[in-house]
Write a protein that binds this ligand. Structure first.
Ligand code: XMP
Length: 510
């Protein structure tokens, strides 16, 4: 079945991915492409959205694509930079603004339009721009203003072209989603039929068609993405899917056993491989964070390769790659740049494996992976798990890694995470974990002087891990957790809480 799709042209705004997600929340499929790489099959897109940008249309580096295949031919919504772009290059005028144009503003309507259907006048919108539109482009009709911004929304007569200075995609624009729906559904006439259920059915059919009766191998990590990918593949090809779950010795406390059990309960054909010793040996004496990552990555490839070689006739490798990993986005510093990440967990597969790749989640965002997972009946607890890095506790133990340090950190981490759960805080936090620091400090326990390790607790809120802020956990919780850790975990006598945001700090300490 063909779904209507929306093309989002990315001019480098920090919010471009949010536009994509909002559109998809309306059950309409959207794709993000760089502003200067209009897809060849442009005919297949039913509407186009131009994103914002950190650039100015007035500068020499103004991003200036050729929109002749789109403008006036397809419904188009221009957001922020997009609205200024239309003005600047089509007979209007854009200049630096001299009033504050960041944050909240309220819309006053100038002209009634289907664009504002169901949205009350005065609705809050979110502004974030330093240029302003002084004069509208040729044939423009002003639709709405705010106190500080006269030309806040306009349309072009004789075209289905709308332009807005504010950002409908951010949550602070209270009716932003309704506005996008008005444009895409009422005005552009798109169908809202792209649902998690339709995604599952179509993806299962597509996997069957692609893979046929070939065998597929997949590395499970215990995380959401690889699990949802596995369940989708299992639905499509059943026993021909061979899952491998490797214990690298750097998992959370009891995680290997409990996750393996959970997978078996889900009917997956999964083999658990306990390679803890191999990993710990490979890591012996290594202190440098990058070298640790490499050592873990290489050990993983070796284990995975050994296991895959035991299977005969495997032709495909399945991966849980998701959409943010494949979007080519425009960098904020100017020209378009490919920001495709190398695969964290697998660290690039050796050529000799020669497997074809199948990635059933390539087209969807993390929150959509969760919804697809729910549609597939996967346990909500598994779907709600915090992200956990591929190298596991290996990048949370600063300095060299030993079995004793892993044990210590597993205990600390378990107390912290279980505490978050029992205090009802786990789901309010995007990611949490503990770091074992290479620092000994003096303490007293009973009448004894101690000289033991210090651990740092970290809990952050985020949407995608790209930026993050520390969570203001209740003091009482921190107090109880700290006491419990120091009382129960031998070798730890001090607990600190990390209050750094990302940037400039990262979420993991290594
Ligand atoms: P940072 O530390 O870069 O982390 O702020 C951002 C997010 O990425 C996760 N992370 C990793 N995940 N392999 C992974 O699979 C890795 O090597 C890795 N390094 C960081 C981190 O847990 C956070 O969610």
């Amino acid at each position: 079945m063909q779904h209507d799709k929306v093309l989002i042209l990315d001019f480098g705004s920090q919010y471009t991915q949010l536009i994509g997600r909002r559109v998809r929340e309306l059950n309409i499929y959207s794709e993000i492409h760089p502003f200067n790489k209009i897809p060849k099959d442009i005919e297949d897109y039913k509407a186009v959205i131009l994103s914002g940008s950190p650039n100015s249309v007035r500068g020499e580096a103004a991003l200036h694509p050729d929109l002749s295949q789109i403008r006036g031919k397809k419904p188009m919504l221009a957001v922020c930079y997009g609205a200024q772009y239309l003005a600047h290059f089509s007979g209007g005028e854009v200049a630096p603004s001299n009033t504050r144009e960041y944050g909240r503003a309220n819309l006053s309507y100038i002209k009634e339009d289907a664009f504002f259907k169901e949205i009350k006048e005065g609705t809050q919108v979110w502004m974030s721009h330093s240029d302003t539109i002084k004069k509208l482009p040729t044939k423009a009709v002003l639709l709405a203003s705010t106190n500080d911004v006269t030309n806040a929304a306009y349309k072009i007569e004789g075209e289905t072209t709308y332009a807005i200075q504010f950002h409908p995609e951010v949550y602070h624009s209270t009716d932003g989603k309704q506005l996008l729906e008005n444009f895409l559904v009422r005005i552009a006439g798109l169908q809202q039929d792209w649902t998690p259920q339709s995604f599952v059915e179509e993806t299962v059919d597509a996997i069957k068609a692609k893979v046929g009766s070939d065998k597929v191998v997949l590395g499970l990590s215990g995380g959401v993405d690889s699990t949802v990918a596995a369940v989708l593949l299992n639905k499509a090809i059943g026993e021909n899917l061979y899952c491998i779950f490797v214990n690298n010795g750097l998992l959370r406390k009891n995680e290997f056993k409990s996750v393996l059990k959970q997978y078996e309960g889900m009917g997956l054909n999964v083999k658990g491989v306990d390679a803890s010793e191999r990993f710990l040996n490979a890591l012996k004496g290594i202190e440098d964070p990058e070298k640790k990552r490499k050592a873990i990555g290489n050990a993983f490839i070796e284990v995975f390769d050994d296991e895959a070689n035991k299977l005969t006739d495997v032709k495909w490798l399945a991966q849980g790659t998701i959409y943010p990993d494949v979007i080519e986005s425009v960098s904020a510093t100017g020209g378009p740049s490919a920001t495709i990440k190398s695969h964290h967990n697998v660290g690039g597969l050796p050529d000799f494996m020669k497997l074809k790749i199948v990635e059933p989640l390539r087209a969807i965002f993390k929150d959509e992976v969760r919804r697809v997972g729910a549609t597939l009946g996967i346990d909500p607890e598994l779907l709600g798990r915090h992200p956990f890095p591929g190298p596991g506790l290996g990048i949370r133990i600063l300095g060299d890694i030993t079995a004793e340090k892993v044990r210590m950190l597993q205990e600390v981490d378990a107390i912290f995470i279980d505490g978050l759960k029992s205090w009802g805080l786990y789901d309010k936090v995007w990611q949490a974990g503990a770091m074992l620091l290479p620092v000994n400090s003096v303490g007293v326990m009973g009448d004894e002087r101690t000289y033991e390790k210090c651990v740092a607790l970290r809990a952050v809120e985020s949407t995608d891990g790209m930026t993050a802020d520390w969570v203001n956990l209740p003091y009482e919780f921190l107090q109880k957790t700290s006491n419990e850790i120091i009382n129960k975990v031998k070798g730890v006598n001090r607990v600190v809480y990390d209050i750094s945001s990302k940037p400039p700090a990262t979420i993991e300490w290594e």
